[in-house]
Design a protein around this ligand. Structure first.
Ligand code: ADP
Length: 488
């Protein structure tokens, strides 16, 4: 008998191409599409932010509206539903100007707490209103953290109350923490939930993510290693004990990338698009073009190391900063693309100024340049302090660029270390968070590049052949949905 078709509602605060500020937006876009291809019915629910580009707003239709009580004192709020469809996925936008008419999706916790209390409840109410009852509501990050709690309390006994819930952690650093009274008022949830097992964080504060993690039927995060790491003090962001307690329902599924968006053979931003058959030649051409564009010495024999990153502590840039001069030699060039902490921006600008022609620090966000750096570099550096999944190492491999990464989170799960004895592996790795080990990994990479080019080239081809698409991970999510709805 064929498997029953599953309907899944994605609930989250951002989704490409409407609004994206980080990896969450990519997952909310790519995973529903992949699940649709696997035969699921998928609806994505997100806020109707004012900053959604007009061309998308113009394509939406009004599906209805109703009033909803939200707060402890029964205050009523308007809920409008605007709808659009893209490649088989239906998107429902929760419309309320009071909450979503600000400039950016996230404006500061004081406003964000009421905003996402309202959104979590309105999304469930909208599913009841639309009479579209999914088998699973799949919620994302703290902004949708109240969904599993509402589902089992205020919505128990309503049609949507029959759905199961999955909550995915994309970034544990942000949790939606505020005073207990603030959350009590805005969520309108009963007092007994504000005790330690659910929302209570300490004597004064409540934590939205913590409550969601307690009430969700399943919790996932974006790599298996990160799922283990967040149960420890170093990575747990204060929730390690809570996550350890709930470990039986916690698992990791690694993200994929959109292989149409990242396709070196069809990439119009490259001077020489390529596939595995001509990668070695084309990389040299792309490298010369990049060197020319960035004012580096034009020489396709140089070992070019790329770094594309938000410039924050998470990304391990204090390590890079500490050993920068050691990473360079006369045959090496380093290209940095990123913005963020002025400390790192300044340091990399300095290294550029004293190594003209050899180092380029491009301090900005530039999608086109990112494509060219992925294609033209020999190695990509990702030495993160923590990395739930990481996308840059996946894009690098797809473009035949060898990643040099720290063994943490998704970096550990996706980059197998080079093994000279079996001629296997996808990149160069180091374990402890130490600048000397980063420097050593870069030296090992350069050594193979310089002294054993055939082995290097075989690694380039292995990386390009690696499946970094959503196909495998979407199947894993589907298995999880089947498991959680079993016997329903
Ligand atoms: P995070 O979400 O923690 O920033 P990820 O590795 O998951 O890190 O995703 C980063 C994404 O942002 C990648 O697609 C990368 O190419 C892109 N990116 C990061 N910095 C820049 C930049 N300065 N310019 C262009 N793209 C960037």
């Amino acid at each position: 008998m064929p498997d029953k078709k599953l309907n899944i509602a994605f609930i989250g605060s951002e989704c490409y191409p409407f609004v994206k500020t980080g990896g969450l937006g990519d997952v909310m876009y790519a995973l529903p599409r992949a699940l649709t291809r696997l035969g699921c019915g998928v609806r994505v629910l997100m806020p109707m932010y004012n900053c959604i580009p007009q061309k998308f707003k113009d394509g939406m239709t009004y599906r209805g509206s109703f009033m909803m009580d939200q707060c402890q004192d029964g205050r009523q709020f308007y809920v409008g539903i605007m709808e659009t469809e893209l490649d088989g996925v239906i998107y429902d936008f929760i419309d309320n100007k009071e909450f979503f008419d600000w400039g950016n999706p996230y404006t500061g916790l004081w406003e964000d707490i009421p905003k996402y209390c309202y959104f979590s409840k309105a999304a469930l109410a909208a599913l009841n209103y639309l009479e579209w009852i999914p088998d699973v509501v799949h919620c994302h990050d703290w902004q949708a953290g109240l969904v599993p709690v509402y589902l089992r309390t205020r919505f128990a006994g309503t049609p949507i109350g029959a759905a199961r819930s999955v909550l995915t952690i994309h970034n544990l650093r942000f949790q939606g923490i505020c005073g207990i009274q603030h959350l009590k008022y805005w969520s309108g949830l009963p007092d007994y939930l504000f005790d330690y097992p659910v929302f209570k964080q300490n004597e004064d504060e409540a934590n939205m993510f913590k409550g969601g993690l307690a009430y969700a039927d399943r919790v996932t995060t974006v790599s298996e290693t990160y799922a283990r790491e967040i149960q420890t003090g170093f990575y747990g962001e204060g929730l390690d004990g809570h996550l350890y307690y709930h470990r039986a329902k916690l698992s990791g599924i690694v993200n994929g990338i959109d292989v149409e968006q990242w396709d070196s053979a069809a990439d119009k931003l490259l001077v020489a698009p390529y596939d595995a058959s001509n990668v070695l030649q084309a990389k040299r051409e792309n490298k010369r073009a990049l060197q020319d564009q960035l004012g580096l010495e034009i020489d396709d024999g140089k070992f070019v190391i790329g770094l594309i990153s938000r410039l924050t502590d998470q990304k391990g840039l204090d390590l890079v900063n500490a050993v920068f001069p050691e990473l360079l030699d006369e045959n090496t060039q380093i290209v940095i693309l990123g913005t963020g902490d002025p400390r790192y921006e300044g340091a990399f600008r300095y290294y550029e100024s004293v190594n003209k022609g050899q180092v380029c620090a491009f301090i900005s966000y530039n999608e086109a340049l990112a494509h060219r750096i992925y294609a033209s570099s020999d190695a990509l550096l990702v030495p993160s302090l923590f990395e739930p999944c990481g996308l840059t190492q996946l894009i690098a491999m797809r473009y035949g660029t060898v990643p040099v990464v720290r063994e943490t989170g998704g970096l550990k799960d996706t980059v197998a270390p080079y093994d000279i004895t079996t001629d296997g592996g996808n990149g160069f790795t180091f374990d402890r968070y130490e600048a000397g080990l980063l420097s050593d990994a870069v030296h090992r990479a350069r050594d193979v590049y310089t002294n054993d080019r055939p082995a290097w080239d075989r690694m380039v081809l292995r990386d390009m052949a690696k499946d970094v698409s959503w196909t495998v991970s979407a199947e894993k999510y589907l298995d999880l949905y089947r498991e959680v709805t079993e016997g329903k």
